[in-house]
Design a protein around this ligand. Structure first.
Ligand code: GAR
Length: 212
């Protein structure tokens, strides 16, 4: 049984999609055993409570810098024997101390087709740029901002009458399907990382197959 920690700063709809996928049996042999937020008002914590998942509140104000925050969080994640860290709308850059401890064991979801429009305003930035196609990306977390190896991506067209709200809603619907799929692949040991590229391990043919 893999132990998953979900880190979330906001509403937590992504967290809930993951919890529902586990309940439905779409992700097997894994449980979310900890939810952490950096924001005490995060609705994600209410959702954790609703599902009876233990939660923690590591507030950034309580630490002098990012590294000491991450060191404290790492200690907790290790104490809880966490196998996989899932960033679900966690609006903090993760420092190398945490990245190194969870190399290829920490995922993020981002609401754009990376490497386009990284950062905290992926949807608004894509819309303002005038792209005709956008989407979302699940990737492993490395030392950069939204730069790690890409696990899954899905595109969707931008309509002329789309607003940040309408596009966000459409992207969320895709994200809520894509993230559980990526987590399931990881839990089943199906993702092989070589440099920047992620492959789905194929036992029958022996040849790795591209994901997404
Ligand atoms: C998601 O759309 C996710 O892609 C985005 O935050 C949202 C969280 O929604 N993440 C980022 O922009 C990371 N840079 P939620 O709080 O309802 O789960």
């Amino acid at each position: 049984m893999k132990r998953i920690a979900v880190l979330a700063s906001g509403n937590g709809s992504t967290l809930e999609a993951i919890l529902m996928a586990i309940e439905r049996g779409q992700i097997q042999n894994a449980r979310v055993t900890l939810v952490n937020s950096d924001q005490e008002k995060a609705y994600a914590l209410v959702r954790a409570e609703k599902y009876g998942i233990p939660w923690a509140l590591f507030r950034k104000e309580d630490y002098p810098d990012r590294e000491s925050y991450d060191r404290a969080l790492l200690k907790r994640l290790q104490a809880e024997q966490i196998d996989l860290v899932v960033l679900a709308g966690f609006m903090r850059l993760v420092s190398p101390v945490l990245v190194a401890a969870f190399r290829n064991r920490m995922m993020n979801i981002h609401p754009s087709l990376l490497p386009a429009f990284p950062g905290t305003r992926g949807v608004a930035d894509a819309l303002a740029y005038g792209v005709k196609v956008t989407g979302c990306t699940v990737h492993f977390v490395d030392e950069g901002m939204d730069t790690g190896p890409i696990i899954l991506q899905e595109a969707l067209p931008v309509r002329e009458d789309d607003t940040v709200e309408s596009l966000t809603e459409k992207i969320h619907r895709i994200e809520h399907r894509l993230y559980p799929k990526a987590i399931d692949l990881w839990v089943r040991g199906k993702i092989k990382v070589e440099g920047r590229r992620c492959y789905l391990e194929q036992t029958e043919t022996g040849a790795p197959e591209r994901l997404g």
